[in-house]
Design a protein around this ligand. Structure first.
Ligand code: FNR
Length: 186
């Protein structure tokens, strides 16, 4: 089973990326969790570039999505919404449909008490537009995230670790009952 993890933050010291690294250590053995590294390389979405030969970085993004059985997206909140780079990446797959029926776990994290709830809501709205399978029980907002990581970015809060485990379990369970891509397109 392959899970692609996408952080909405480009910062090297990102709390959201740190949570995805924590998820990689918490996930059951035998499940491959890969963090997508190409968000910053995607061009600004332009429907006119989305012809028969899309940019290489877009093709690669779509390929990695197709090859994954499920996704975890972990997003910060900027100005009450998800970061533009994440929305941009999602806009590139409106026409190509890689997320149709794909199980997705949606996480937000912020140093604030609300845990990036607005970004979480905006992410869910876009995932709905993409017809993704937003997995029940695999949604989480992490408040006060900076207090839950140490200076190396390691997750030190046991409650958040437990919540992340629940999210991962729900995602994996949803993937196991998911029809494969060919069946989804019938
Ligand atoms: C923020 N931050 C923020 N946080 C929040 O909860 N709601 C918000 O609307 C915003 N807006 C915002 C705008 C800008 C320009 C910046 C730089 C920051 C704070 C943000 O959540 C915080 O920097 C996180 O740590 C970013 O996530 P990463 O990069 O640590 O994953």
């Amino acid at each position: 089973m392959k899970i692609l993890a996408i952080s909405g933050s480009l910062r090297p010291g990102s709390a959201n990326t740190s949570l995805l690294h924590a998820a990689a250590t918490l996930i059951s053995e035998g499940i491959e969790l890969t963090i997508y590294e190409g968000l910053a390389n995607l061009p600004h979405f332009n429907p006119e570039l989305d012809g028969e030969v899309p940019p290489i970085s877009v093709n690669n993004w779509r390929k990695q999505l197709r090859e994954s059985d499920g996704l975890i997206i972990c997003t910060p909140e900027y100005a009450y919404g998800m970061p533009g780079v994440l929305k941009n990446a999602l806009d590139w797959i409106v026409s190509s449909g890689e997320l149709v029926g794909k199980p997705v776990a949606a996480i937000s994290a912020s140093p604030s008490e609300f845990g990036g709830a607005n970004a979480h809501a905006s992410l869910l709205l876009t995932l709905t537009a993409l017809a993704a399978n937003i997995v029940l029980g695999a949604s989480l907002s992490v408040p006060f995230v900076s207090k839950k990581l140490n200076t190396k970015g390691e997750l030190t809060d046991p409650d958040t670790a437990q919540l992340l485990r629940f999210v991962l379990d729900a995602l994996v369970a949803a993937i196991k009952v998911q029809p494969d891509a060919a069946e989804r397109l019938l």
